[in-house]
Design a protein around this ligand. Structure first.
Ligand SMILES: Nc1ncnc2c1ncn2[C@@H]1O[C@H](COP(=O)(O)OP(=O)(O)OP(=O)(O)O)[C@@H](O)[C@H]1O
Ligand SMILES: O=P(O)(O)O[C@@H]1[C@H](O)[C@H](O)[C@@H](OP(=O)(O)O)[C@H](OP(=O)(O)O)[C@H]1O
Length: 314
């Protein structure tokens, strides 16, 4: 495992408006026009501009499309993204962090993984020690930001498996998981929704139910969330019988979510390399595009490998 040194100062911002504050306005106002006297006139200004620009490109933000898991704040470590399309997930302090790194290292170099399966996993760029959201220096797993090319993604995170712990889990951890599994739909359905956001329209933005609301979902609530996910009704939040208008193009069809799940499932049933426990599936699509008659660009990805182990008996 290789850790880089701290390369750049990280600016934690929650929205793009704040990013412009990173410019040194005195030297290079970002909205100045050509020929304006505020433009840099000598090399020091150019140097400052270049440095600021590189810093801005590398600037880190709290992901606005994260739907579940540990969140970043000035008090807690959570994922960050940059403008180059990378997602930085802080290693969890205990064995979960190192287990996830071990998985990504092994998976990335494993030549037995077919390309049509590899595409379901985020691209892994190694690990990096950097300033975390809480200000501490901490190792992060560097991944492809799965939302980077999306305009207004509708996203659902589903924790899969009726058993949510790995083969080496302690009794205390198993107990904790079993309690959570009984409280959610994991025991009844073999999965639970961990979080979601549904794009409504430009004016309204997103419907993003709270973590508590999602986790206390009953089986019927889960059914309703799956309907809302593909509803064209802007009043999706009111929950009055959403229309499921987009189901056939998002869930169905040769490139739909179901077809992708079947492809992944076929490999899961066949492979004997890993024990996959407590992973999540991310369902993503572009509701805005579908409503305009375009393609939903539906995608299934698999994430969260903190409890995955290699099967050494094979
Ligand atoms: N590579 C990625 N690109 C974009 N978003 C991601 C990526 N990986 C994770 N996310 C977002 O972050 C959320 C949490 O991810 P993940 O499950 O890996 O974190 P976690 O803190 O280990 O979660 P948990 O506490 O449920 O185990 C996901 O629901 C998703 O919204
Ligand atoms: O589903 P919820 O209610 O969000 O609960 C979390 C979920 O079970 C995570 O999988 C777990 O992290 P791990 O899977 O990595 O153990 C996390 O534990 P934590 O709070 O101890 O990190 C729980 O809080």
């Amino acid at each position: 495992m290789m850790y880089d040194g701290l390369e750049v100062q990280n600016y934690i911002t929650t929205n793009k408006k704040n990013i412009t504050c990173g410019f040194n306005n005195q030297h290079f106002p970002h909205n100045s026009s050509s020929g304006n006297s505020n433009q840099p006139t000598f090399s020091l200004d150019l140097f400052i501009f270049r440095t600021s620009f590189i810093q801005i490109l590398k600037m880190l933000k709290i992901p606005s499309h994260q739907v579940a898991g540990h969140h970043a704040s000035s008090a807690t470590r959570g994922p960050l993204i940059d403008d180059s399309g990378r997602f930085y997930k802080p290693l969890q302090g205990d064995e979960r962090g190192s287990a996830e790194v071990t998985f990504y290292d092994q998976f990335t170099s494993n030549t037995q993984i077919p390309d049509h399966i590899r595409k379901f996993f985020p691209i892994y760029y190694g690990t990096k020690v950097m300033q975390a959201s809480d200000g501490s220096e901490h190792p992060h797993i560097v991944l492809e930001d799965l939302t980077t090319h999306r305009e207004n993604p509708t996203i659902m995170d589903i924790k899969i498996g009726s058993r949510t712990w790995g083969p080496d889990a302690s009794n205390a951890y198993i107990e904790k998981c079993m309690k959570r599994d009984r409280e959610t739909t994991t025991v009844k359905l073999g999965f639970r929704i961990s979080g979601l956001q549904i794009y409504i329209n430009e004016g309204v933005g997103y419907y993003k139910p709270t973590r508590d609301l999602v986790l206390k979902s009953s089986v019927d609530d889960v059914r309703l969330f799956f309907k809302k996910f593909v509803s064209s009704d802007p009043n999706v939040e009111s929950g009055m019988g959403p229309d499921r208008d987009l189901a056939s193009v998002v869930y169905g069809g040769p490139n739909g979510i179901l077809a992708q799940l079947l492809e992944l499932k076929a490999w899961f049933e066949d492979q004997t390399i890993y024990h996959f426990s407590a992973c999540s599936l991310l369902f993503m699509f572009e509701k805005g595009l579908v409503l305009e008659g375009g393609s939903p660009n539906a995608q299934v990805k698999i994430i969260d490998f903190a409890h995955v182990t290699e099967d050494v008996t094979v």
